[in-house]
Design a protein around this ligand. Structure first.
Ligand SMILES: Nc1ncnc2c1ncn2[C@@H]1O[C@H](COP(=O)(O)OP(=O)(O)O)[C@@H](O)[C@H]1O
Ligand SMILES: [Mg+2]
Length: 399
């Protein structure tokens, strides 16, 4: 049975862009926190969600956690079930519970719906009014503009970058083009599209070999170092071909970059209010130790001793100033909204080369993005308040 009135009757109309829900009314705005997701970074998102759900200020925000299973189902969990799930450090995959959630499209007021299914019936009912969505999803179908498009259609404000900026920030090829046209220095690279690989892989590999070695072979759209291989000698076509095939397992578009020798320095960016310029944090440094070739998945998440994160980074003041300036430029180059983390290489000669931006960077209390803000005077739960407030101030739709 489908319940008779699953949707609110209000017709879509012009939006009131001037009022922020909950402000001054004594009613707390409802924040739907999305986590999990279908990308290979599902488990990383759970770690992020654990940190955020513990720290978010419940005196200010009414929080509704919504899990997205690896299959893409949106799931509501009971309070105890959720606590158990998130307390469990080893949990790497959300179970597909019985209560499925969804957002109706094109309504003036956004209500989360809950769908209860039995073998013979489907019951849909209103669950909660939602003022703003906080998507804590990393990687494709969460950080890449697809989810953002859904939220635009659902007429609900959300934290972070919009459709285009999320899509550009996910794609290591288009991201570089945006940076180059904004005048930011990027390293040499080659793009291998599916058609060129399948029609003439030797021509593609010859183009890569001309970069010299080492090279970094990457899926264009992934994250957390998934699918990335360092190839010391790209003239060795066996190793290069294997690396390209590995990257193609994640994305049929592959980006190969000349290896850059330098320090890895990152900077956190936060949108300004109104017409204010983007704000940038003190930069931080990542030093890969142990025997890792680069900041790979294991160094990021598995072995705590493999990477040392220091903030503020111990670099000269003029380098700090350049990094902060370029981080703000990178945010604007992709039309960023809300937040991003901009990652750079700083060479021995002092060149500042941008590697990438992440529009939903790792967000546990010990992740680089919140740590860089903490070192700049903005604590973890205040940072969440700030991001949600920015999202509530921002209208949905073309703006
Ligand atoms: N061109 C490069 N030169 C040197 N090291 C690189 C290069 N590209 C990537 N790396 C190393 O690989 C890591 C992951 O690459 P990155 O492009 O940041 O992918 P992801 O989006 O998965 O984080 C970087 O943090 C760095 O340690
Ligand atoms: Mg990276």
């Amino acid at each position: 049975m489908i319940s008779p009135d699953p949707f609110p009757a209000a017709a879509p109309g012009p939006q009131d862009h001037t009022s922020v829900p909950g402000r001054g009314t004594g009613v707390k705005p409802c924040v739907a926190v999305l986590f999990g997701g279908v990308s290979s970074e599902h488990s990383i998102s759970l770690i992020t969600a654990r940190g955020v759900l513990r720290a978010i200020d419940r005196d200010k925000w009414d929080v509704v956690p919504v899990g997205i299973a690896r299959t893409g189902e949106w799931v509501l969990y009971g309070q105890e079930e959720l606590e158990a799930l998130l307390a469990e450090r080893e949990i790497t995959e959300l179970p597909v519970g019985e209560q499925r959630a969804s957002l109706p499209l094109g309504q003036r007021e956004t209500e989360l719906l809950v769908r209860q299914e039995t073998a013979r019936t489907t019951e849909v009912s209103r669950y909660r009014h939602v003022d703003v969505v906080l998507p804590l999803l990393h990687g494709p179908f969460g950080e890449d503009g697809t989810l953002q498009g859904l939220l635009e259609l659902a007429n609900v404000p959300y934290v972070g970058c919009g459709v285009t900026s999320s899509a550009i920030g996910m794609d290591k090829h288009f991201m570089k083009m945006a940076f180059e046209s904004a005048g930011l220095e990027v390293g040499p690279y080659v793009v291998i599209r599916d058609r060129s690989w399948r029609t003439d892989k030797h021509a593609a590999m010859a183009e890569v070999a001309a970069l010299g070695g080492p090279v970094f072979v990457k899926p264009a759209r992934a994250g957390s170092s998934f699918g990335i291989t360092r190839v010391d000698d790209p003239v060795d076509t066996t190793a290069l071909e294997a690396a390209i095939e590995t990257a193609r397992g994640f994305d049929l578009k592959v980006v190969v970059e000349a290896g850059i020798t330098g320090r890895e320095i990152e900077c956190a960016v936060l949108q300004g209010h109104g017409t204010d310029a983007p704000r940038t944090s003190m930069p931080g440094e990542i030093e890969v130790v142990d025997d890792h070739d680069f900041y790979d998945f294991e160094a990021k998440y598995v072995s705590e001793a493999s990477a040392k994160l220091s903030c503020p980074a111990d670099v000269p003041d003029d380098v700090i100033a350049t990094i902060r300036e370029r981080a703000a430029q990178a945010f604007e180059a992709i039309d960023g909204e809300g937040l991003c983390r901009a990652d750079f290489f700083v060479t021995d000669e002092g060149r500042v080369i941008i590697n990438e931006v992440n529009t939903m960077p790792g967000f546990t209390p010990i992740s680089m993005y919140p740590r860089m803000w903490a070192a700049s005077g903005l604590g973890y739960s205040e940072l969440l308040d700030e991001l949600i407030t920015l999202a509530l101030e921002r209208p949905v739709g073309l703006r």
